[in-house]
Design a protein around this ligand. Structure first.
Ligand code: NI
Length: 294
């Protein structure tokens, strides 16, 4: 007998648990925040009535919702889509009918900081090749400001760089200070280099970087190419120490950074992987100089 009573209690308990769970599953429709079009909450319907009352008619008077042959009590229990049929102002949008799925943030939506790696004074038969190999390994674009007379010697390296997606730009024919030579020589320095680049890559450059960063209004007036300087100076040519190259990058780099390095020193090639890894870690996106200046 006792056993039967316990069985009954257990069964009733089980039924109670199932019922409660079922109730929890069906009840959210009536809760705030779980709004659906056919079951708007009372608060939502009243808010809509209040909205109707703010609408002006042709003469500028407020519309009398009650005179629209509907009683307040009916409004309160009327599905929202019917309420909308009562009065559809022209500027009412159906936006709230659709529950827009929440947009997930994507990695692309987060704006990355941009940086351009630039290499001057090449091409160099050994160092440029090493630098290209590292860039290929990381699938990173860079910009090479080439010396015309080096392009003439090693056109295949320039062609390879261009083929691998890097930008080729002008760094004069023989690295002279363009502010200290006559105009006709400035033109030779720039134009001969452009022709050598065209011969190697089939494309004329759109940018030049004056040797030593030395330029003035006169030099700029002689060419339609964009003058591109730098804002991160690694001084790699001076100290020839990979650790220092990395340290200068860490110290100076910022969004829209243009990093100056030289692809004629083996120590620069030695530093490149560490520089790239640091910039990746810092969430930088690598772009060419002209992409950066767009
Ligand atoms: Ni230079």
């Amino acid at each position: 007998m006792k056993k039967q009573i316990w069985k009954l209690i257990a069964t009733l308990g089980l039924i109670a648990v199932i019922f409660l769970q079922f109730n929890i599953k069906v009840s959210p429709q009536t809760q705030e925040g779980s709004y659906s079009l056919t079951h708007p909450s009372l608060t939502q319907q009243l808010a809509y009535v209040a909205f109707l009352q703010t609408i002006k008619d042709d003469t500028g008077n407020s519309m009398d919702v009650e005179k629209m042959t509907i009683r307040q009590s009916e409004l309160a229990c009327m599905p929202l889509y019917k309420l909308k049929k009562i009065c559809e102002p022209a500027d009412f949008t159906d936006q709230e009918e659709k529950e827009e799925p929440q947009k997930k943030p994507t990695v692309d939506a987060i704006k990355k900081k941009k940086v351009a790696l630039t290499f001057d004074d090449g091409p160099h038969p050994k160092v440029t090749e090493r630098i290209l190999a590292v860039l290929r390994q990381y699938d990173i674009p860079a910009t090479f400001f080439v010396i015309g007379q080096n392009v003439e010697k090693y056109p295949q390296i320039v062609q390879q760089a261009a083929d691998e997606g890097h930008e080729i730009a002008n760094h004069s024919w023989s690295h002279r200070n363009l502010t200290k030579i006559p105009n006709d020589q400035v033109l030779v320095e720039l134009n001969q280099t452009n022709e050598a680049i065209y011969k190697a890559t089939g494309k004329y450059p759109s940018m030049y970087r004056p040797p030593y960063g030395a330029t003035n209004a006169n030099v700029r007036s002689l060419t339609s190419m964009e003058t591109v300087m730098w804002n991160v100076d690694t001084l790699d040519w001076k100290h020839r120490t990979p650790e220092k190259t990395l340290a200068y990058v860490k110290e100076q780099v910022k969004d829209n950074g243009i990093i100056l390095m030289h692809d004629i020193h083996s120590e620069t090639a030695d530093a490149l992987e560490a520089v790239i890894n640091y910039l990746i870690e810092q969430n930088y996106e690598f772009v060419t100089a002209s992409e950066l200046l767009e």
